[in-house]
Design a protein. Structure first.
Length: 178
């Protein structure tokens, strides 16, 4: 894997657009399987590209092994994403007999209100935000981590909604580190 180009991000001048390349020789064969293990991915079989979101970042894997990424903070972050793509591609290829590519891709979308339903709604500000709704928006944008909602993790009465929220986020393709 390698970084080919780093450019200013159009949407956020403090971030970058990155073009990288992955070391996956048979990407065209792997793509239909890989698209099904990347949460909420879009796959264009005709042109051979896969696109998916990772927080605010939009990542597209092209059939020529080039990968475009938006909203990247650093070269290290971009390299980490390329490495993750290579690992997921290997996993997809190894498990290809278990992946049904005849079915349409499954997509789950969640919005701030969906997240807000499973927050404590205390507006305690322990996360650094004025309201739980503001926290929900920033959580979906990748600007906040779920662990920053202290009541969700410290108060035992919120265990049920915490587990439900984590499941909801995972099903929509968000990465949760606990």
């Amino acid at each position: 894997m390698e970084i080919k180009e780093i450019l200013p991000c159009i949407a956020d001048p403090s971030k970058y657009r990155v073009i990288g390349k992955v070391d996956i020789e048979n990407i065209a064969e792997i793509a239909p399987y890989l698209a099904r293990i990347l949460p909420n991915a879009s796959y264009n079989a005709k042109d051979g590209w896969i696109s998916f979101k990772k927080g605010q970042r939009i990542i597209t894997i092209h059939s020529d092994r080039f990968v475009t990424m938006t909203m990247i903070s650093s070269k290290e972050e971009a390299l980490g994403i390329l490495k993750e793509i290579e690992e997921k591609a290997r996993t997809a290829w190894e498990k290809r007999d278990e992946i049904d590519i005849s079915k349409p891709l499954q997509k789950t979308f969640i919005g701030a209100l969906d997240v807000y339903k499973y927050l404590p709604k205390t507006n305690c500000r322990k996360c650094g935000e004025q309201t739980c709704m503001a926290f929900a928006v920033k959580l979906l944008n990748g600007e906040k981590d779920i662990k920053e909602c202290k009541p969700l993790f410290e108060d035992k009465k919120f265990i049920g909604i915490r587990e439900t929220l984590i499941s909801l986020l995972l099903s929509a393709g968000y990465e949760i580190e606990l």
